[in-house]
Design a protein around this ligand. Sequence first.
Ligand SMILES: Nc1ncnc2c1ncn2[C@@H]1O[C@H](COP(=O)(O)OP(=O)(O)OP(=O)(O)O)[C@@H](O)[C@H]1O
Length: 550
Amino acid sequence: MAVVESHAVKVDDDLPPISSENSSEIRWKNVTYTVPYGKTKEPKVLLKNATGYVRQGQMVAIMGGSGAGKSTLLNTLAGRIADQKGSDVTGEILFNGEPRNPATWTNICSYVEQDDLMFTNLSVEETLTYAAQLRLPSSMLAEEKRQKVDEIIMQLNLNGCRKTWIGDSLSRGISGGERKRVAIGVELVTNPSVLFLDEPTSGLDSANALGILKIIKKLAITRGIVILMTVHQPRTEILDLCDKIILLSMGKTLWFGPTDAALAHFKDLGHPLPEKTNPSDFFLDVITMDLRTEEAKAASLAVIEKFHNAYQVKFGNYSSPFPSQMLPADKTYVWPLPWYMELFVLYKRNMKDVFRNKGAIGATIGQAIFLIFLMGAIPLCWVNSLLMSICLYWMVGLQVDVVRFFTFVLLVLNHSNTALSLAYCIGSAVPTPQVGQILGPLIITIFLLFGGQLLNIGSVSWVFRWIQYVSLISYTYKGLVQNEFDGLQIQCTANMNCQTYDGSAVVASYSVDNPTKYFCVLINFGLGLGFLALGYTFFQKTSRPMMRLK
Ligand SMILES: Nc1ncnc2c1ncn2[C@@H]1O[C@H](COP(=O)(O)OP(=O)(O)OP(=O)(O)O)[C@@H](O)[C@H]1O
């Protein structure tokens, strides 16, 4: 305990003075997280008795081997763990001495994902501007928002690429390091008090990684932010930038404190740093579970236990050394924009991206996103359908009849809308675009089979026959056939004993006379609304940030 406090004081003394009345701190004590595992649902401990704290202006790195529990600890502290049935979080997580309040916490902290999705066809400046427009209160003047964006661009050293598009692997845009900084910038617009970063250096070369962490450290000090991040084997200079490190293995905390103290602690426990060795490589070599042989496994388990016990002795009775400076969480979460303004900004952003010729999924807030994607896609979908209908109707030589022509257009437009709703429904339900790319065509193929042209539905097992009733293709097909053939006089062939016959006989012979064409339009419209409602429900479930505060 004494060691910890003395180091904490040393680190805090290194920081420029921050008014103690305004200082923030996140601390956690004996946090244990268990999930039900396997068929038997046995509790699996992902985090065990984690304890620590990070103060305003400090940057703390969570380190450990793969699967050590770094992301789990970060997500638990950020309140982003899935609300899985049977899982449990115990212990205390406090912000400024008080439990995190779900209503205010999202306003206090920000989380930078390892690979934040961004609109690829927007420039750096536009990305930050839209983030500011969406996430800052409507009462703030546009000029103030613009100044804030400028300030972030300067602080994150993005001025050289402010007009460059984000880009992706197909159309190159900003570099990986710049992309990370933009992702951080998007989160900074709200002035968070706590910033969580998941692997901010992943995919970067060591010079770039150091550059970005210098910027993050500067942000911690100048903006007075509490910074907690996961990192993989940082170089020595990066370790030196961190005020403290947390070493994890198998969900257990093996060290919490400054790096130099960690080296002394490791030496005390019989593991001195070999010469010419990067401390982070050394830490990971010592604490990572060695699974190669049974002996190696037993030996590394013993080391992990030794370090965890030593940590428990030091921190078991830990309480924050700064109790008098705790402030209650005083920010109250207010949705920054009225929904219609958010809708407008999202619409503008989406249309800009669409007209720059590519779709992307935004990682922003608000239920309005679902609507906005739809609104962005509908005009394009209608233009496509109209052009296709106008050309196709006359090229194929369908009946020259104004009412029939407009009914044809109505059927096709309505079909496009329903298909779009189905696409949004599938897109909202699936976890990744790849799954959507497999599931979407599969569902459309099934609907096509039950559309009436390819399969004799009567010969299909009754178990599957219901599919025809939800197949949008079936209703459009029936409507189109009726529209063309009803009332059409068809010339009889030589072997037929007649001169002409009515096209409705064709319609009846293919069993597409029921329901009538306008009723088909209505049903498809209803199906479209149904798919939308279902998609919206899925979207709510899959897009909401996971929040589980205890
Ligand atoms: N919901 C869950 N159910 C079962 N096991 C889980 C669950 N979530 C995480 N784990 C396991 O917990 C361990 C820690 O996972 P975590 O993602 O925190 O590791 P990590 O240290 O961030 O690893 P990496 O550096 O590879 O990302 C892993 O073994 C993972 O498989």
